[in-house]
Ligand binder design. Structure first.
Ligand code: ADP
Ligand code: MG
Length: 229
Protein backbone atom coordinates (compact mmCIF):
# COMPACT_ATOMS: atom_id res chain seq x y z
CA UNK A 1 0.00 0.00 0.00
CA UNK A 2 1.44 3.36 -1.04
CA UNK A 3 1.56 6.39 1.24
CA UNK A 4 -1.11 8.04 -0.92
CA UNK A 5 -3.32 5.65 -2.81
CA UNK A 6 -6.52 6.22 -4.73
CA UNK A 7 -8.36 3.06 -5.73
CA UNK A 8 -11.36 3.15 -8.06
CA UNK A 9 -12.39 6.64 -7.00
CA UNK A 10 -15.55 7.87 -8.69
CA UNK A 11 -17.45 11.11 -8.39
CA UNK A 12 -20.86 12.05 -9.67
CA UNK A 13 -23.27 14.81 -8.80
CA UNK A 14 -26.99 14.52 -8.35
CA UNK A 15 -28.74 15.78 -11.43
CA UNK A 16 -31.78 18.06 -11.32
CA UNK A 17 -34.75 16.45 -9.55
CA UNK A 18 -35.72 13.36 -11.51
CA UNK A 19 -32.84 13.85 -13.94
CA UNK A 20 -29.77 11.73 -14.47
CA UNK A 21 -26.79 12.14 -12.17
CA UNK A 22 -23.73 13.80 -13.69
CA UNK A 23 -20.60 11.63 -13.78
CA UNK A 24 -17.39 13.61 -13.30
CA UNK A 25 -14.96 10.66 -13.35
CA UNK A 26 -14.96 6.96 -12.71
CA UNK A 27 -12.45 4.47 -11.26
CA UNK A 28 -9.52 6.86 -10.87
CA UNK A 29 -6.36 5.24 -9.51
CA UNK A 30 -3.21 6.96 -8.30
CA UNK A 31 -0.25 5.92 -6.14
CA UNK A 32 2.41 8.18 -4.68
CA UNK A 33 5.09 7.77 -2.04
CA UNK A 34 6.61 10.50 0.14
CA UNK A 35 9.05 12.51 -1.95
CA UNK A 36 7.19 11.80 -5.19
CA UNK A 37 5.41 14.31 -7.39
CA UNK A 38 2.59 14.03 -9.90
CA UNK A 39 0.89 16.32 -12.35
CA UNK A 40 -2.77 16.12 -13.31
CA UNK A 41 -3.62 17.53 -16.72
CA UNK A 42 -6.85 17.59 -18.67
CA UNK A 43 -9.42 19.94 -20.15
CA UNK A 44 -11.51 22.36 -18.08
CA UNK A 45 -14.39 20.61 -16.38
CA UNK A 46 -12.73 17.18 -16.46
CA UNK A 47 -12.69 17.01 -12.67
CA UNK A 48 -9.10 17.99 -11.78
CA UNK A 49 -10.12 20.29 -8.94
CA UNK A 50 -12.71 17.79 -7.76
CA UNK A 51 -10.05 15.09 -7.56
CA UNK A 52 -7.64 17.35 -5.66
CA UNK A 53 -10.42 18.37 -3.28
CA UNK A 54 -11.23 14.72 -2.63
CA UNK A 55 -7.58 13.98 -1.78
CA UNK A 56 -7.55 17.00 0.52
CA UNK A 57 -10.80 16.07 2.31
CA UNK A 58 -12.58 19.15 0.96
CA UNK A 59 -14.97 16.91 -0.98
CA UNK A 60 -16.05 13.27 -0.80
CA UNK A 61 -16.02 10.71 -3.59
CA UNK A 62 -19.19 8.88 -4.54
CA UNK A 63 -17.26 5.62 -4.23
CA UNK A 64 -13.74 4.33 -3.94
CA UNK A 65 -10.86 4.47 -1.49
CA UNK A 66 -8.57 7.43 -0.79
CA UNK A 67 -5.87 6.24 1.56
CA UNK A 68 -3.22 8.41 3.17
CA UNK A 69 -0.81 6.72 5.53
CA UNK A 70 -3.23 3.82 6.00
CA UNK A 71 -6.30 5.97 6.73
CA UNK A 72 -9.33 6.13 4.42
CA UNK A 73 -9.82 9.88 4.19
CA UNK A 74 -13.51 9.99 3.10
CA UNK A 75 -14.41 8.09 6.28
CA UNK A 76 -12.90 10.67 8.61
CA UNK A 77 -15.41 12.37 10.91
CA UNK A 78 -15.70 16.17 10.74
CA UNK A 79 -13.09 16.96 13.41
CA UNK A 80 -10.56 14.46 12.09
CA UNK A 81 -11.13 15.68 8.53
CA UNK A 82 -10.53 19.27 9.62
CA UNK A 83 -7.31 18.26 11.37
CA UNK A 84 -6.20 16.32 8.29
CA UNK A 85 -6.83 19.37 6.05
CA UNK A 86 -4.96 21.65 8.42
CA UNK A 87 -2.00 19.47 9.41
CA UNK A 88 -1.39 16.77 6.80
CA UNK A 89 -2.21 18.73 3.66
CA UNK A 90 -1.06 22.09 2.34
CA UNK A 91 -3.14 23.77 -0.39
CA UNK A 92 -2.12 26.24 -3.06
CA UNK A 93 -4.80 27.64 -5.37
CA UNK A 94 -4.71 29.67 -8.56
CA UNK A 95 -5.95 32.67 -6.58
CA UNK A 96 -3.78 33.19 -3.53
CA UNK A 97 -6.53 34.13 -1.01
CA UNK A 98 -4.15 36.17 1.12
CA UNK A 99 -5.66 38.50 3.73
CA UNK A 100 -5.04 42.03 2.43
CA UNK A 101 -5.04 43.68 5.88
CA UNK A 102 -2.38 41.31 7.24
CA UNK A 103 1.36 41.35 6.67
CA UNK A 104 3.11 38.64 4.69
CA UNK A 105 4.35 37.08 7.94
CA UNK A 106 0.87 37.13 9.49
CA UNK A 107 -0.60 35.53 6.37
CA UNK A 108 1.88 32.68 6.58
CA UNK A 109 0.91 32.16 10.23
CA UNK A 110 -2.86 31.93 9.59
CA UNK A 111 -2.97 28.08 9.40
CA UNK A 112 -1.27 27.87 12.82
CA UNK A 113 -4.30 29.54 14.41
CA UNK A 114 -6.64 26.54 14.06
CA UNK A 115 -7.58 24.80 17.29
CA UNK A 116 -6.00 21.45 16.56
CA UNK A 117 -2.46 22.63 15.82
CA UNK A 118 -0.11 21.28 18.44
CA UNK A 119 0.97 23.85 20.97
CA UNK A 120 4.33 25.20 19.95
CA UNK A 121 6.25 28.15 21.29
CA UNK A 122 5.32 31.25 19.32
CA UNK A 123 9.02 31.92 18.72
CA UNK A 124 9.45 28.52 17.09
CA UNK A 125 6.50 29.10 14.75
CA UNK A 126 7.67 32.60 13.87
CA UNK A 127 11.12 31.29 13.11
CA UNK A 128 9.67 28.61 10.83
CA UNK A 129 7.56 31.20 9.01
CA UNK A 130 10.61 33.42 8.45
CA UNK A 131 12.64 30.45 7.30
CA UNK A 132 9.95 29.45 4.78
CA UNK A 133 9.71 33.02 3.54
CA UNK A 134 13.47 32.83 3.04
CA UNK A 135 13.02 29.59 1.07
CA UNK A 136 10.62 31.34 -1.31
CA UNK A 137 12.87 34.40 -1.64
CA UNK A 138 10.81 36.83 0.42
CA UNK A 139 13.03 37.49 3.46
CA UNK A 140 12.94 41.19 2.71
CA UNK A 141 9.15 41.33 2.48
CA UNK A 142 7.87 39.86 5.76
CA UNK A 143 6.30 43.11 7.00
CA UNK A 144 4.77 44.11 3.66
CA UNK A 145 1.09 43.69 2.80
CA UNK A 146 -0.03 41.50 -0.12
CA UNK A 147 -1.11 44.62 -2.04
CA UNK A 148 2.51 45.74 -2.13
CA UNK A 149 3.70 42.52 -3.81
CA UNK A 150 3.68 41.29 -7.40
CA UNK A 151 1.49 38.34 -8.42
CA UNK A 152 4.48 36.00 -8.39
CA UNK A 153 5.52 37.16 -4.93
CA UNK A 154 2.01 36.72 -3.57
CA UNK A 155 1.86 33.19 -4.88
CA UNK A 156 5.19 32.48 -3.17
CA UNK A 157 3.66 33.71 0.10
CA UNK A 158 0.90 31.16 -0.39
CA UNK A 159 3.55 28.44 -0.80
CA UNK A 160 5.08 29.41 2.56
CA UNK A 161 1.60 29.48 4.11
CA UNK A 162 0.82 26.01 2.72
CA UNK A 163 3.95 24.62 4.43
CA UNK A 164 3.76 26.33 7.82
CA UNK A 165 2.13 23.34 9.56
CA UNK A 166 4.72 20.97 8.05
CA UNK A 167 2.26 18.94 5.94
CA UNK A 168 3.16 15.68 4.24
CA UNK A 169 1.15 16.40 1.10
CA UNK A 170 1.15 19.55 -0.98
CA UNK A 171 -1.81 20.04 -3.36
CA UNK A 172 -1.52 22.81 -5.93
CA UNK A 173 -4.51 23.59 -8.16
CA UNK A 174 -3.27 25.51 -11.20
CA UNK A 175 -0.78 27.41 -9.02
CA UNK A 176 0.73 29.17 -12.03
CA UNK A 177 -2.58 29.81 -13.81
CA UNK A 178 -2.43 33.54 -13.16
CA UNK A 179 1.33 34.02 -13.64
CA UNK A 180 3.48 34.91 -16.62
CA UNK A 181 6.00 32.41 -17.91
CA UNK A 182 8.99 33.62 -15.92
CA UNK A 183 7.07 33.68 -12.63
CA UNK A 184 5.51 30.31 -13.46
CA UNK A 185 8.79 28.53 -13.95
CA UNK A 186 10.23 30.25 -10.88
CA UNK A 187 7.28 29.06 -8.78
CA UNK A 188 7.52 25.50 -10.06
CA UNK A 189 11.27 25.41 -9.32
CA UNK A 190 10.54 26.56 -5.75
CA UNK A 191 7.78 23.95 -5.35
CA UNK A 192 10.04 21.14 -6.55
CA UNK A 193 12.98 22.26 -4.42
CA UNK A 194 10.84 22.38 -1.26
CA UNK A 195 9.15 19.11 -2.18
CA UNK A 196 12.52 17.34 -2.31
CA UNK A 197 13.95 19.04 0.78
CA UNK A 198 10.91 18.21 2.87
CA UNK A 199 10.18 14.82 1.28
CA UNK A 200 6.65 15.92 0.37
CA UNK A 201 4.11 14.20 -1.82
CA UNK A 202 3.28 16.89 -4.36
CA UNK A 203 0.33 16.97 -6.77
CA UNK A 204 0.08 19.82 -9.24
CA UNK A 205 -2.90 20.46 -11.50
CA UNK A 206 -1.71 22.31 -14.56
CA UNK A 207 -2.55 23.08 -18.18
CA UNK A 208 1.15 23.30 -19.03
CA UNK A 209 2.79 20.15 -20.40
CA UNK A 210 6.32 21.54 -19.77
CA UNK A 211 5.39 21.96 -16.10
CA UNK A 212 3.67 18.57 -15.94
CA UNK A 213 6.75 16.86 -17.34
CA UNK A 214 8.86 18.11 -14.44
CA UNK A 215 6.86 15.84 -12.12
CA UNK A 216 7.67 12.15 -11.50
CA UNK A 217 4.29 11.04 -12.83
CA UNK A 218 1.72 12.59 -15.16
CA UNK A 219 -1.97 11.71 -15.16
CA UNK A 220 -4.57 12.87 -17.66
CA UNK A 221 -8.22 13.27 -16.71
CA UNK A 222 -10.52 13.29 -19.70
CA UNK A 223 -14.00 12.03 -20.57
CA UNK A 224 -14.53 10.65 -17.08
CA UNK A 225 -11.40 8.54 -16.86
CA UNK A 226 -7.92 9.11 -15.52
CA UNK A 227 -4.96 7.67 -17.37
CA UNK A 228 -1.34 7.55 -16.28
CA UNK A 229 0.81 8.85 -19.13
N1 ADP B 1 -21.49 21.16 -6.79
C1 ADP B 1 -21.54 20.71 -8.05
N2 ADP B 1 -22.71 20.26 -8.57
C2 ADP B 1 -22.77 19.77 -9.83
N3 ADP B 1 -21.71 19.70 -10.66
C3 ADP B 1 -20.52 20.14 -10.20
C4 ADP B 1 -20.37 20.66 -8.89
N4 ADP B 1 -19.07 21.01 -8.71
C5 ADP B 1 -18.44 20.71 -9.87
N5 ADP B 1 -19.31 20.19 -10.78
C6 ADP B 1 -19.01 19.72 -12.13
O1 ADP B 1 -17.97 18.78 -12.07
C7 ADP B 1 -17.15 18.88 -13.22
C8 ADP B 1 -15.68 18.96 -12.84
O2 ADP B 1 -15.39 20.21 -12.28
P1 ADP B 1 -13.91 20.60 -11.81
O3 ADP B 1 -13.39 19.56 -10.89
O4 ADP B 1 -13.96 21.99 -11.28
O5 ADP B 1 -13.10 20.54 -13.20
P2 ADP B 1 -11.65 21.10 -13.56
O6 ADP B 1 -10.96 21.51 -12.30
O7 ADP B 1 -10.97 19.98 -14.29
O8 ADP B 1 -11.88 22.26 -14.49
C9 ADP B 1 -17.67 20.07 -14.01
O9 ADP B 1 -18.46 19.59 -15.06
C10 ADP B 1 -18.48 20.83 -13.02
O10 ADP B 1 -19.52 21.52 -13.64
MG1 MG C 1 -10.19 23.30 -11.69
Amino acid sequence: MSFLQLSKVSKSYEGPAGGQSILVFQDANLELEPGQSAAIVGPSGSGKSTLLNIIGALDKPTSGIVQVDGQNIPELQDKAAAAFRNLTVGFIFQIHHLLPQCTVLENVLVPTQAGHTKKEHVGVINQRARSLLGDVGLSQRVQHRPGELSGGERQRVSVARALINQPKILLADEPTGALDQENSSNLVDILLKLQKEKNLTLIVVTHSMPIAEKMDQVYRLENGTMQKL
